[in-house]
Structure formats: structure tokens, C-alpha cells
Write a protein that binds this ligand. Structure first.
Ligand SMILES: [Zn+2]
Length: 110
């Protein structure tokens, strides 16, 4: 995948995420959990909404990081070890900034 394609995919992901985050933030479900008069199902919806918002926010951060690495000419290289990130991984996740080994090491540390 060349840089222009990567940038295009990342920018469309970013636009999509911004839209989702806007919807999730504006969703009345997000504030319902402050008045839990109606019981369980409302809370569940609010929790799901919050989890989706967190996931979208986290992914947005990765996309921004990947765009920054494109600007620096470092896209496709692992942010930790500097080795190449496999093409197949970038195809599946254009926002990936680490090779599989470094990513799993970070996730274990968490
Ligand atoms: Zn690495």
C-alpha cells in the first residue's frame, strides 16, 4: 500500500470516527444513566454507548498517530522497533503503527 492510498484510507476512517463520536456524544442514551428511574435496560444502553465511545476515541487516536507517521515519512515502520510492519497488517488495519510483536508486547503490559 503506498502512502497516498494509506492517507486516503486513514482520512476517511477519521471522518467516519468523528461522525460516530459526534453521534455517540449527542445520543440522549449517554445521559440517561444519571436518572436510572426506569431500571436496568437503560443503564445497559448507556454502558454500551460509553464503551463504543471509548473504542472510537481510542481508534481515532491511532489513526491520528498513523497520519503523523505518514507526515514524518515513517509510515509502515514499527514505532517501537523500527522494523517494517507487514503489508497484510496495514491492509487490515491502516492505523497500525507497530508490528505484531511490539503491539502484543504493549497489550500484555497493560
Ligand atoms: Zn516492532
Amino acid at each position: 500500500m503506498n502512502d497516498a492510498t494509506a492517507r486516503m484510507r486513514l482520512e476517511s476512517m477519521l471522518a467516519e470516527l468523528d461522525r460516530s463520536i459526534g453521534v455517540l456524544r449527542g445520543d440522549p442514551l449517554a445521559v440517561w444513566d444519571r436518572s436510572p428511574a426506569d431500571g436496568g435496560s437503560v443503564l445497559t444502553d448507556a454502558d454500551r454507548n460509553r464503551a463504543m465511545l471509548e473504542a472510537a476515541t481510542r481508534q481515532r487516536r491511532s489513526v491520528l498517530e498513523a497520519l503523523k507517521r505518514l507526515d514524518e515519512g515513517l509510515y509502515g515502520l514499527c514505532a517501537d522497533c523500527g522494523g517494517p510492519v507487514p503489508e497484510g497488517r496495514l491492509e487490515a488495519r491502516p492505523e497500525a503503527t507497530r508490528c505484531v510483536q511490539c503491539q502484543s508486547r504493549r497489550e500484555r503490559r497493560r
